[in-house]
Design a protein around this ligand. Structure first.
Ligand SMILES: [Zn+2]
Length: 216
């Protein structure tokens, strides 16, 4: 995240939502909907003031926007690291007759025996029963088992083997609406941060060499 980069910069409403979620407070914009008992377009749940349902319901555009935001930020991080990247419909297809695709494709990622790394981004909800059970409102019960791993298993079953057949590694990138990050995704972020740091250090030392030559 950088204040100078428009793609990764938090807007004011995003900061507000982030802090409200971090502290467990209702998000002001959603609180108004919750008080008015606004029904989600799925026609099953009311909108909750924490934003859990909006971010996780496939029928609500908030879920798509949240998903796309994570992809945008991830793609920017990958490009800043120096990798070529393909997004959405440009991502490599899987083998066989399947027309399934992941979300992000790192071209020539450098893993032994594989050309590319395809990532599928997914946001899941920390609350049990998709945030609402008790009279269609949050019941306050959170998952205590490894729900991020469960989502990763579903994604791996769907993509991993078919991508391996075309020489491509697959990895799920899973975050929760409460800010949890699945270990595989966290490891990828670490690898990108490490590569950026190495690139920066190489650039600094190269500049020092040029500088020292200029003054000798
Ligand atoms: Zn819904």
């Amino acid at each position: 995240m950088s204040a100078q980069r428009p793609v990764t910069r938090f807007s004011l409403d995003l900061w507000m939502s982030f802090f409200c979620r971090s502290m467990g407070l209702p998000i002001p914009m959603l609180q108004a909907h919750a008080v008015a008992q606004m029904m989600c377009s799925c026609k099953i749940f009311f909108l909750d003031p924490q934003g859990d349902h909006v971010l996780a319901c496939k029928k609500h555009t908030g879920a798509t926007r949240g998903h796309n935001h994570v992809i945008d930020v991830l793609v920017q991080l990958i490009r800043n690291t120096g990798y070529s990247v393909r997004v959405n419909h440009k991502v490599s297809m899987m083998a066989a007759a399947s027309n399934k695709q992941g979300d992000v494709d790192l071209v020539n990622f450098g893993l032994d025996g594989f050309n590319n790394l395809v990532i599928d981004v997914s946001i899941c909800c920390d609350h049990i029963s998709n945030s609402t059970v008790n009279n269609r409102h949050l019941n306050g019960k959170m998952h205590t088992n490894d729900y991020l791993q469960a989502r990763a298993r579903v994604k791996n079953n769907r993509y991993k083997e078919d991508y391996a057949a075309v020489g491509t590694v697959f990895a799920p990138a899973i975050v929760s609406v409460a800010g949890q990050i699945h270990p595989k995704f966290l490891r990828l972020l670490w690898v990108l941060a490490d590569k950026q740091t190495r690139n920066y250090c190489a650039l600094i030392s190269a500049e020092e060499e040029i500088g020292s030559q200029a003054f000798t």
